[in-house]
Design a protein around this ligand. Structure first.
Ligand code: PLP
Length: 427
């Protein structure tokens, strides 16, 4: 507690800090979001370690929102922090005109871990940038324009990524988006072959995260692979949320043992220390797109030394600490527990589903969530909605979460659901 108080960013009291941050958000960040956050009782984050965030009052929260999948290694993993600190004393951002050791090493390590012959990678700063790059690669490599996505998908909010994301609310104010972009149903290949016949690429999440945590039938990605081979469209696997251990596999594509043509990564790639994204491609496609024009796709900050140091360390920690396997075991515990809550309160919870430590709890009515998430927060556990499905509460803690922490989160979920039922009855 004392340590947290000492970190109040110069404010005399916790209340003053909370007032200051609210005022700044309201005036200078995002006025309407500021009000929503205040209404829902959002505290101020001041410090975090492992699976725990401390707020301005020194209260600890188990973080089961997990930065929407960023904190694979937990907050502030000591090895990643030390590596980044050390790098900060050498060179932080690339001068760009000289070779960058860390970019080379991170790219090599990613190619070692990625499935099959995925080999050449481009490094950027976020998930949506990785998707933009992958779409550009597909268009340049195939000479085709059309990009196919899936209904309810989420790939980011820049214009290209938004074009193949599946929520009207996020798209409408920005139309026209990319011409020739269409969405097909997720998890079935019924209409896929027709859609892909003249397409540059199919962009698909191995588990649809923001769409409400939908796990496709086993074999779906194998069918996708075969259809892409037949039609000549590139298979872009968006592993931004599902990759790097999250779903209990190194990459969620490994569940179907498929090799996509391009894979996009971000979120967990740096272990939660630095913003970083990347797409990695099979050499054949890479060369067709960028082989003769090395500056066709670039980024000033992409591949910087700090981000690549964090990513390199995070990939090593992921492997050495067996975090994909840990996610599988803890994920089963979490899903089993969430299903027990669903069985106990069928009027409130329609279904719990997921893969590894990406679990979604679908409510029978959105209204219940207004009680469940705040009640969980009061009990010291964070959880969040999925972006494209407001009826699904996501649970995606760091992969280092312990069995006891999972039990605590489940107890908070159960209590939240019980309160929601008590207050609202059957809706
Ligand atoms: N793709 C997927 C599957 C995501 O879940 C997200 C973010 O939630 C993105 C892309 C976009 O990433 P970013 O917010 O870093 O741009």
């Amino acid at each position: 507690m004392i340590e947290e108080r000492a970190e109040l960013y110069g404010a005399a009291t916790p209340q003053e800090l909370a007032a200051e941050v609210y005022e700044n958000y309201k005036e200078f960040v995002n006025p309407s979001l500021a009000r929503v956050m205040k209404l829902s009782g959002s505290p101020v984050e001041v410090r975090a370690r492992g699976c725990t965030i401390w707020d301005h009052n020194g209260k600890a929260y188990l973080d089961f929102a997990g930065g929407y999948g960023v904190f694979t290694l937990g907050y502030m993993h000591p090895r990643a922090v030390a590596a980044v600190r050390d790098q900060l004393d050498r060179i932080a951002l690339s001068g760009k005109t000289m070779f960058n050791v860390l970019l080379g090493r991170a790219a090599r390590r990613l190619a070692e871990l990625a499935p099959g012959d995925l080999r050449v990678s481009f490094w950027c700063n976020s998930g949506t940038e990785a998707i933009e790059g992958a779409i550009k690669l597909a268009r340049a490599a195939t000479g085709r324009a059309k990009i196919v996505g899936t209904e309810d998908a989420f790939h980011g909010k820049t214009l290209g990524a938004l074009s193949v994301s599946g929520r009207e609310t996020f798209q409408t104010p920005f139309r026209p988006l990319l011409a020739d972009s269409v969405c097909v149903p997720y998890g079935t290949t019924d209409t896929l072959e027709d859609a892909l016949r003249d397409a540059a690429a199919f962009v698909v999440e191995p588990v649809q995260g923001e769409g409400g945590v939908h796990v496709p039938p086993a074999g779906y990605l194998r069918d996708v692979r075969a259809i892409c081979d037949r039609t000549g469209a590139l298979f872009i696997a968006d592993e931004i949320q599902t990759g790097l251990g999250r779903c209990g596999y190194r990459f969620a594509c490994d569940r179907d043992a498929v090799v996509p043509d391009v894979m996009t990564l971000a979120k967990g790639l740096s272990g939660g220390i630095m913003p970083v994204g990347a797409f990695i491609a099979r050499p054949h496609w890479w060369n067709r797109a960028f082989g003769k024009a090395p500056l066709l796709h670039t980024s000033t900050f992409g591949g910087n030394e700090l981000a690549c140091t964090a990513a390199l360390t995070a990939m090593n920690v992921l492997e050495e600490e067996g975090l994909a396997e840990a996610a599988r075991v803890r994920g089963e515990q979490l899903l089993t527990g969430a299903r027990a809550v669903a069985a106990e309160y069928p009027a409130v919870v329609r279904q719990a589903r997921g893969l590894g430590l990406l679990v979604g709890v679908e409510l029978t009515n959105e209204g219940y969530g207004g009680w469940i998430i705040p009640e969980m927060l009061k009990a010291g556990v964070t959880a969040a909605w999925t972006l494209n499905a407001q009826r699904v509460i996501r649970l995606e803690p760091p992969l280092v979460v312990t069995a006891r922490e999972v039990d605590r989160a489940l107890a908070a979920l159960r209590a939240g659901v019980a309160t929601a039922f008590e207050k609202l009855g059957t809706l």
